[in-house]
Write a protein that binds this ligand. Sequence first.
Ligand code: GTP
Ligand code: MG
Length: 375
Amino acid sequence: QLPCTVRELSEAAGVAATDILRLLMEEGVMTTIAAVMDPDLTELVAAELGLEVEFRDELTVEDEYLAEIRDREDAEEDLQPRAPIITFLGHVDHGKTSLIDKIIDTDVVSGESGGITQHIRAYTIFKNDQQISFVDTPGHEAFTEMRARGANVTDIAVLVVAADDGIMPQTEEAISHARAAEVPIIVALNKCDLPGVDANQAMQGLTAQELVPSEWGGDVEVVKTSAITGEGIDELLDTILTVAELHEFTANPDRPALGTCIEAQQESDRGVVSKVMVQNGTLRVGDVIVSGQAYGKVKAMYDTLIPTARLEEAGPSVPVNITGFDVAPGAGEAFYVLDDIAKARTIAEDRAHEARNSNLDVDVQHVTLENLFDR
Ligand code: GTP
Ligand code: MG
């Protein structure tokens, strides 16, 4: 996907464009954010940022086969409304998990070790007869990649900004990811219950990020919330539903499922457990699936909110935990249902083979502001 522009690199890496421009300036290159960088320059800048760039070769036969499945168009009459997928992004401790807890009336935050979200959580719920799916991402700086993954499965991003703290490094990074995913952004200006918070100051910070609040004449909905008192929670939900209605998200439940593996781990008793988001079609127990270098048959399916609730199928926009993969697929990897287990095995094995033969270091480093400035 090269050459790429400063803006594209900024959005993909979650690093402010101004920081990239500054690095370029240090190299004696005066340019603008829309300017195209050649591959050498991209690599140089990426190296300065402590990032690996992967230069992708032509599509492999396997990828082409799967791309053909993915790009198979659904006939208009097969499309049905689906739940919007809402991802909460923002700086650490600004209240993402608390807000979701409040909306879906559960309590995840108090069970978290150290109060820090370390996983991508995903739930689907019904609210006033409307189905909505939520994705909660960690705000800690070490989880750049997880935020990027969350942004990639989303339809609408809710940017959580604590009013007492304002725009922080991972807020900016979250904005970049949401922009890269080209999804609408709603801002939850949270912790408005705290004494002495100045909402205007936070709104100025948003404006500086080119997110101009609608009450200031811009096009970004900013909802003042408190996950503690419940202030603004209904309004936030209404705003989410209004934006979702404008977009009329649809999918075809009557095709083999495809989607994204959000995370996966090996468990001693159940084998590989993967959290997947179905993005089109319907995933069923017994389906043959392939994801990255993993393949298998869906053995069991569980609700993500009630871990003991077993499910038989999951339609579009529904996240589920599944067992049945032979190895853990890479987080963020697309998954596909195929009709032939031999084909799935071949694809997974070929990919594993290719990865072993490739001497590319695929260990993507986390970009943090620390390693940006501690150079
Ligand atoms: P990470 O997942 O670690 O990125 O944090 P988070 O954004 O999910 O924040 P979390 O919901 O864990 O909240 C962090 C702390 O802020 C907790 O102690 C919450 O009780 C508190 N908090 C969250 N929302 C509010 C709010 O609206 N008002 C006040 N006063 N405190 C809040
Ligand atoms: Mg959290």
